[in-house]
Each structure stands twice: as C-alpha cells, then as structure tokens.
Design a protein around this ligand. Structure first.
Ligand code: ZN
Ligand code: FE
Length: 253
C-alpha cells in the first residue's frame, strides 16, 4: 500500500493512497485542492475517494472542488453528515470499507469533535488518525470530556505496536517540547524528541510515527503510567483525571 504525504495549508497533512496498477488514488482530508491536484495530474492519477476524519474546514475544505473535478465519492462520519460538504457514504464504528482493494476498519474516536473517526488499514497496519492523535500529542477537546478522549486514545493504544500512524497536523516540535515538560526523565522521549528536531531541521516530515513509539513517549497515551503520575504529583488520581490535567497544561503551554 503506497502512501504519499502532502503537506498542505500552514501545518496540515493530507495523504494519498495510490493504486499504481490502475492509476487511481484516494485522499485523506485533502482540504487544499491547489496543493493536491498538481501531484494527481503529474502522475496521471484519478481521484476515486475522499476519506474525511472530521468536519473541520482544514480537513474538508477541498471536498466540493475535488468532487466536481474528479467525480470522486466522499466518505465521512455518519455523526457529522450535516457538516461535511458533499458527503456520500456515512461511516460508523467497526464499518469496513474497501479502498483500491485495501480494507479499512472505521474506529470512532470522539473528543476533538463528537463524530471524529479514524481509518485503520488492518492488513497493512496503517492508521490515519486525523486530529485525534498527533506525534507526541493529541487533538484539543473541542467537543468531548477528558473521559471521552481518553477512551478514544485507548482504542489507538490497543492497535498493534508496529502500526504506522499518519496524523492530521505537523505539531511534533512543540508537542515534543511540551512532552519533555511533563516527563523529562523518559529516555525514549528524549531520543524521540532529538529525532524530531533533526527531521524538522532537515525540513522532513515527522510522520509516520508508530503505536509503539507513541506508547513509549506520548504523555497523552501515558496518563496511567506511574512515572507521569509521580512527575505531576497525581499518584492517587485516575487516568482520566491525569489525562485531563495534562491536556489542561498543554492548552496553556
Ligand atoms: Zn480539527
Ligand atoms: Fe485540524
């Protein structure tokens, strides 16, 4: 399964899944057509599907223009069907869709928005995580409580360790700085943060990350880890409370 990363807008990532044999492609959250179309045209591809993770305009803003040009079909969360321009196919928890012969399982991850979904290509262990999980970070809780978002993040934590994660934004550098403020005594995090700094300095992408690396280093997936609880003096609190506190600190970082 070939994934092409296309940085768009100021700090978003869109992705193309490419079917080289049949010259088709599908796009995850292609919000900026002028930055997507040149690649599609240069490679003589045809856009078959758009996969949206949630309704925010920096993810769905390209839907109508691309649909008009390529007559592609648009997938998105059932719960946000009224907010996603041009949506054709409504998705919910555990649905399986076939994209160029690759099966994706739909996982509902409310918290950033109430209807947010992520796409897990299980045979290839590839996850498109939208604005639920970022490299060393997670989405802001616009439409969910810490309890709800923690539940969503646990679903990602339970995926196979080697799963590659492609997220919706390049926030890795500031996320790493924040993560170190929570857990500066985590050697895996120190190493990951050095790798991120190097990639950013080279102007390279910091995606994909992996489930394993995020479990080892991402404070938002580690709200039930003793080292974190100790560092922020919440040793007797629940994971949901610890997660909520980490999220609050990040909002004010
Ligand atoms: Zn968003
Ligand atoms: Fe976004």
């Amino acid at each position: 399964m070939k994934v092409k990363t296309i940085p768009i807008l100021s700090d978003n990532y869109s992705y193309l899944i490419i079917d080289e044999r049949n010259k088709y492609c599908s796009a995850i959250d292609p919000a900026s057509p002028e930055e997507i179309i040149p690649f599609i045209e240069e490679n003589k591809l045809k856009l078959k599907y758009i996969l949206n993770t949630h309704y925010h305009n920096d993810h769905t803003g390209g839907n109508l223009e691309l649909k008009e040009k390529y007559k592609c079909k648009i997938y998105g969360p059932d719960k946000e069907k009224d907010q996603i321009p041009g949506i054709d196919n409504l998705l919910k928890e555990n649905d399986i869709i076939k994209i160029h012969g690759y099966e994706a399982k739909i996982i509902e991850t409310p918290g950033h928005t109430a209807g947010h979904i992520i796409y897990f290509f299980k045979d290839h262990k590839i996850l498109f995580s939208g604005d639920t999980l970022f490299v060393l970070g997670c989405g802001k809780l616009f439409e969910g409580t810490p309890q709800i978002m923690w539940g969503s993040l646990l679903k990602i934590r339970n995926l196979p360790n080697e799963t590659k994660i492609y997220c919706g934004h390049e926030y890795s550098k500031s996320n790493a700085d924040f993560a170190l403020s929570i857990e500066k005594n985590n050697n895996k995090l120190i190493k990951k943060s050095e790798e991120i700094n190097k990639l950013v300095n080279e102007n390279s992408f910091t995606v994909p990350t992996t489930v394993e690396e995020e479990i080892e280093s991402n404070p938002f997936l580690r709200a039930d880890v003793q080292n974190i609880k100790k560092n922020i003096e919440m040793e007797s609190s629940s994971p949901e409370e610890v997660f909520g506190e980490i999220r609050r600190r990040k909002d004010n970082f």
